[in-house]
Ligand binder design. Sequence first.
Ligand code: PAF
Length: 306
Amino acid sequence: MKIAIIGAGAMGCLYGAKLSAVPTNEVYLLDVWKEHVSAINENGLMMEENGASVPYNKVKAATEAVQVGVCDLAIVFVKSTLTGTAVKTNKAVFGSHTVALTLQNGLGNIDLIRAEIGSDNVIAGTTAHGATMLGPGRMRHAGSGKTVIGELNGEQSPRIETMAAVLREAGLETDISHNVLGLIWDKLIINVGINALTGITRLKNGALPEYPELMEILAAAVSEAVAVAGAKGIALSYDNPVEHTKDVCLATAANKSSMLQDILNHKQTEIDMINGAVVREGTLAGIATPVNKVLTDLIRFIQKTA
Ligand code: PAF
């Protein structure tokens, strides 16, 4: 299968490298970071995994989609702030049969991709893998987890089975979900509880539960998001999303959340696709979301002034 990965950050590189190791796959990483693209093409992609450094020499990288051409599958892995632009800029990989898969965090990615390539060819999912960028052409696979993908209408279609088989063949443990929107909201709710609070306080995930006053804010933000999901008819998987989010804080105790990392690196955060998305969806559904509004505004302020 000919596969493009749009966004060669740590997660894009992880999926690209694994997929490229299957002899029948032809995999291209697309990214605007020229130094990274050159390093991959000259020396292969180096992945640190289980204490060893493994070279992936078959994966190719490019800055321009025209160098790659139409693919069978395009996995979108850019930060959700860049989804619309990245898909538009890389239109040359999309043909009439190309399936676009988003495994990104946050809300809104599906609609942004659909707006560029049409609604029929988009599938979505979540990933529980963790990865970190180490430098041009170098990244670390920090933790393994499941990939779950699904058709937006919940169907068990032949193409979703094919895509799951392609991921499994690459050693990426993959399930098919009939409620992929619920899964995206499950993950969104965790990010709603953890990301902005860690960004504002600069605490690691595991430190949040040590402060009852922060846990009150976490619980309020999560509860607002759960109410919005309920009003939209989204079925969540967890009986107690507040407790679940607290469990994720403890399970990822040593992590600096992606939002805290963005703030520390003076990068644009995904706030508008996380807490900001809850505020937008809440307004549409007639649900008040004051805590998510305050968290969104504080992160926007930090972004402006940091
Ligand atoms: O965005 C993140 O950092 C992660 O989704 C999570 C689960 C909060 C762990 O750090």
